[in-house]
Write a protein that binds this ligand. Structure first.
Ligand SMILES: [Zn+2]
Length: 254
């Protein structure tokens, strides 16, 4: 608690709110089982600051992350807030590349969930065979596996693979979901996870029913009609999940 008060008093109100939002996101990912021991990252830009990002402290499980234990770093992964926790610099390499090259992207999640990793390892990738996949297949980029993503010289290849897309399936590895807001990042990861889970179940039964290009077009064109507020994609869903995780444990707020 003393740590929480120290960190809160040392940062701006907007940074503290951003810390809480990201800490909640880690707890939500843990709730869904999208965690991987102490690995993987969700990063979020600190508003109104150049070159400042929040990342999970290396060594803590997603379910242990709190607003005050998140580490504030610069684009090169150097700690800015005097945190006692280390940062997995190797894991931040790909995040820093996208934060640097795509400044409109404020939130990035990279996971190794079984379902997304399996589809990343499937030759056909994500197929247009279910409701969720139909809203995602056109939005996905794919990147060939080149080994663990710690080499800066893979950067140009990442950017070439990504093109104008914002969700990239790292083949044989896992997805990188990028968005302007943490809420949309969560929502896109959730939809991708569901699409992948359902694809795996569907293919286990035999041949899937393919959705035509024409229907995919129509599906994507009308999706916004199902949203409460198309200007705040993922926010109502995120808020509902915050209420759910609060029923279990509110320590993420500190
Ligand atoms: Zn990874």
């Amino acid at each position: 608690m003393a740590t929480a008060i120290n960190v809160q008093s040392a940062c701006t109100e907007i940074e503290w709110k951003t810390r809480q939002r990201l800490a909640a996101c880690y707890r939500i990912f843990a709730h869904f089982g999208w965690d991987e021991l102490i690995y993987n990252h969700i990063t979020l830009k600190v508003p109104d600051e150049d070159n400042a990002f929040l990342i999970n402290p290396y060594g803590l499980h997603f379910s242990e992350v709190t607003a005050s234990t998140l580490v504030k770093i610069d684009i090169d992964g150097n700690t800015l807030d005097g945190s006692k926790y280390p940062v997995n610099k190797a894991g931040f390499v790909q995040h820093s590349l996208f934060h640097r090259e795509k400044p409109e992207i404020h939130a990035i999640a990279h996971t190794h969930t079984t379902a997304t990793m399996a589809v990343c390892s499937y030759d056909g990738g994500l197929l247009p065979i279910n409701f969720y996949a139909a809203m995602l297949t056109r939005r996905l980029a794919y990147h060939d596996f080149q080994g663990i993503t710690v080499r800066a010289d893979e950067g140009p290849d990442f950017l070439k693979s990504l093109g104008s897309k914002r969700i990239m399936m790292l083949k044989n590895h896992g997805p990188v979901v990028m968005a302007k807001t943490i809420e949309q990042c969560f929502q896109d990861h959730w939809a991708l996870q569901r699409a992948c889970e359902i694809q795996i179940q569907t293919l286990s039964m035999g041949d899937p029913v393919l959705i035509s290009d024409e229907v995919v077009d129509r599906h994507m064109a009308h999706l916004h009609e199902a949203q409460i507020d198309p200007t705040a994609v993922g926010a109502p869903e995120f808020d509902a999940m915050v209420r759910l995780i609060d029923q279990k444990d509110t320590s993420w707020r500190e």
